[in-house]
Design a protein around this ligand. Sequence first.
Ligand SMILES: *Cc1c(COP(=O)(O)O)cnc(C)c1O
Length: 442
Amino acid sequence: MNRKIADIRSILQEHSKLFQNSIPLIASENITSPAVDEACASEFSHRYAEGWPGQRVYAGCKYIDEIEIICQDLAKEYFNCVFADVRPISGVMANLVLYNAFTSRNNGRMCAMPIPKGGHISHAPKFTSSGTPIFGTAGTVRGLDIQYLAFDEEAMNIDPDESAKIIREFEPELVLFGASVFLFPHPVKELSDVAKEIGAYVGYDAAHVAGLIGSGYFQDPIREGADAVALSTHKTLPGPQHGTVLSNREDLVKELKHAAFPALFSNHHLHNVAGLAVALAEMLEFGKKYHKQVIENAKAFAEALHERGFNVLCEEKGFTESHQIVVDISNFEKTIGLGGDIERLLESANIIINRNLLPWDIREGRHYMNPGGLRLGTSEVTRLGMGKSEMVDIAEFFKQLIIEQKDPKKVKNEIAEFRKQFQVVKYCFQSSNKAYEYIKFY
Ligand SMILES: *Cc1c(COP(=O)(O)O)cnc(C)c1O
């Protein structure tokens, strides 16, 4: 065998082994089921089908059309809306669809969340207010002028009263809700009314919380006033990496379709559309149980860390209402270091997390490379079958590593042992045949 191919195979196997022996707590990640993987590895991965089903630019799309329509229908059912475009190839592309549809190019105005408070780089301007280039998507690609919504650092949420003032004064074309650090539902209802007063569209970026929304455990942005929702399909929604745009406004459908194709992409990664269809079928069947457990685990994990002396944000609000928790680790600065250092320490014992800026970090002179916080998510460990008692076990590993400073090599071995009972993806059809039966009878 060609040596390079042999290398690639063995490196991929090493990667799988690493994740089979680790505790995966990245809030933006999840794990796909065997049925989703099968669909993603299908013949569709090397085909082209530009355009809408039935109106393709290529021949040979008969079966691709069938699957894409099934995928749209499953998305409309799961999210309870009249329009679903499953073509955007990622969450950022889905956001760009909203920007294309709802804002003017160059100096169009948008209100959104700032990055240090949990906003995403795709919502950001090209330059910070002090002129430093950050190349945010909204500014760089669309030339948008961004005014940030006000943020209540104690509540870890958008401040509705201050933000209403900002929206009235700035008069944006689009008000975008949603974030990457997302503990509590945003005040969409209150602020949608304000946005509509001044004639602005309301968008909602559900990249992180799409699964929680679809299963009915977070907020319902469409019913609360969002004209369109953009999402990633692979965070709390455990599908392949892809994007989707939803809307309940029949009058905006044409605009939204054109804002996606041909404006943003040609082909749209058809294997992932097939994989997404399977993931949506799984969530219609198992999502209620799964996402209920995801949120319960996040609360239990927060509680267990708090009991062991960690400063988990928002104790008085029950820590979280999503799949995420945020921990302020600045009290370990003298013993271990800040977010980047703790991320590396945990990684050396196979606990995979990400460091995160706290809302006050920039003000206190901290940088995203070594911020004061950690963001932890329970989507993947829950999908592996873990429950509340395992959240306590994981909190105990954190204590051993960060507080007791136990040898990471020893903890790593204990973690490999701990993971042995959690090797099968749950909340999915256990044989891929069952998944396809569901889709066929749908
Ligand atoms: C992750 C994320 C995205 C980007 O999603 P991709 O699918 O990686 O492009 C967009 N918005 C928010 C709020 C996110 O957290």
